[in-house]
Design a protein around this ligand. Structure first.
Ligand code: PLP
Length: 461
């Protein structure tokens, strides 16, 4: 008993870094990788894309970050650090109550990224991308959003820097989440449900799939096309790309700094994986140590059984979008034509996975697991009732596996230290919670035929 009290005194329920200890540079994990992620290719010529090739679509500085495989630390501009200070550091929480309820000897920590109006980690990259767009003198940016978290984050960031923001929102989310849409409009963004009649690619998709609820891949195609036609605009995106994972390294850097202050070393690090940005950001400094041979950790990516890019996908070049107008990326993918079932974790419905994480997974440096949505919501409610926070369905994928691992420790008696990323809050997901509470939520797992259909559209490289 006295032991427990002593431990509690030593490690607070919430660990916050002091302002002077906040990271001043992002960490670029690629610099420490022997096997670098494969380069982006031009969809037509199949040749690697240069800085100049990418300039019509993306912001200049973001292209530099995207293509930089060698610089380990990239300084965070002061303007971005000032914005970060308004909502960071994010707390690292020791889940004492959860451990006690589970009766596990495991120590559970989570990094909570939902403490800002957008409600997720996406703001970490949104503010960086809006800053570089502003510095370049652009009038505005276009983007896609799935569940709405990225669109919300980007509209906040654009409002801060006085940029115009055009958001193509996946139609199912647009209809299911009117409040998300209204938050974006409150921050000044223009929101269009996708696929829409406003772009050529949107009209083409609507013709081929009338009545479709859309997908991230469709919305990306529309946003890219719109950026091209609007003029002094560029396209920005909230996940998948290496630049986004770079900005999200702030999550892992803060976590590692906080843990180091108390001499805590995680054994297992868990994150949900949509396009891979929060997971990549959380694990970055830890994976860096593993790559340099300084320490070892078990990394687990958690994805929905309905959209299993890592566990059932192929590691090949694929289009990043349904309209096939973006560059080709080598990644674990289900095929850009794969349109996942309308599950309740909109942020995890992307067909592919970040290129850096794909390479690490292919090299056997991390694991991946799938979970079904009803078991995810069970975990979400269990967590909410004990730790108080109402988690986003996406984040709850990580909670599910963290609980599973903690329960395993209860059975084996192992005192493992488990760290997971709690990426956001679920206030805008109450329709999904309602379905779960009414017992009408179903689990969808694609058949081999469903997957084969997605693979059919893979390009030959
Ligand atoms: C977008 C989102 C995710 C998934 O995106 P990643 O790029 O894989 O991190 C996870 N959780 C929340 C709350 C999100 O908004």
């Amino acid at each position: 008993m006295s032991d427990t009290i002593k431990t509690k005194k030593e490690i607070p329920y919430k660990i916050y870094l002091e302002e002077k200890d906040l990271p001043t540079a992002w960490y670029n994990l690629r610099a420490d990788m022997k096997n670098k992620p494969a380069p982006l290719l031009d969809a037509k010529t199949k040749k690697p894309l240069s800085y100049d090739d990418l300039r019509p679509v993306f912001c200049d500085e973001l292209i530099r970050q995207e293509l930089d495989d060698t610089t380990p630390y990239i300084p965070i501009p002061q303007e971005i650090r000032d914005f970060y200070k308004m909502y960071r550091p994010a707390p690292l929480v020791r889940a004492y109550c959860l451990e006690q309820k589970l009766g596990t000897p495991a120590k559970i920590y989570y990094k909570f990224e939902g403490n800002n109006t957008s409600g997720s980690h996406k703001l970490n990259s949104a503010i960086a991308q809006a800053y570089y767009a502003k510095m370049q003198g652009l009038d505005g940016v276009t983007t896609e959003t799935g569940a709405g978290q990225w669109g919300t984050a980007l509209s906040m960031a654009c409002a801060y820097f006085g940029l115009d923001c055009r958001v193509y929102m996946v139609k199912v989310s647009y209809e299911q989440k009117p409040f998300r849409r209204e938050v974006m409009r409150t921050y000044g963004a223009q929101v269009t449900p996708s696929p829409s009649e406003t772009t050529a690619v949107g009209r083409k998709i609507l013709e081929a799939f009338p009545g479709t609820g859309g997908s991230l891949g469709c919305a990306i195609s529309e946003a890219v096309e719109a950026a091209g036609t609007l003029g002094n605009y560029r396209y920005v995106l909230g996940s998948v790309m290496n630049q986004v994972m770079l900005h999200q390294s702030i999550i892992g850097l803060e976590t590692k700094a906080a843990m180091d202050q108390y001499g805590i070393k995680p054994d297992i690090i868990i994150g949900c994986a949509g396009g891979g940005s929060n997971l990549g950001g959380l694990i970055a400094p830890f994976m860096g140590e593993k790559l340099r041979g300084e320490a070892d950790y078990q990394f687990i990516a958690v994805e929905p059984a309905s959209c299993p890019s890592f566990t059932r996908g192929k590691y090949v070049y694929d289009y990043c979008d349904t309209g096939m107008i973006c560059p080709l990326a080598k990644m674990y993918t289900l095929g850009s034509g794969f349109i996942p079932a309308a599950t309740h974790a909109g942020g995890l419905r992307y067909h592919g996975m970040n290129m850096t994480l794909s390479q690490l997974y292919d090299d056997g440096l991390m694991e991946a697991r799938t979970v079904k949505q009803t078991e995810v919501f069970e975990a979400a409610e269990y967590f909410a009732r004990i730790e108080g926070i109402l988690p986003a369905p996406e984040s709850s994928h990580a909670i599910r596996v963290a609980l599973d691992e903690a329960i395993k420790c209860r059975e084996t008696g192992e005192e493992k230290t488990i760290l997971f990323g709690l990426t956001g809050t679920g206030y805008f997901d109450m329709m999904s919670y309602e379905k779960f509470n009414n017992g009408v939520m179903t689990d969808y797992v694609p058949t081999e035929e469903d997957l084969a259909r997605g693979f059919e559209g893979l390009p030959t490289v």
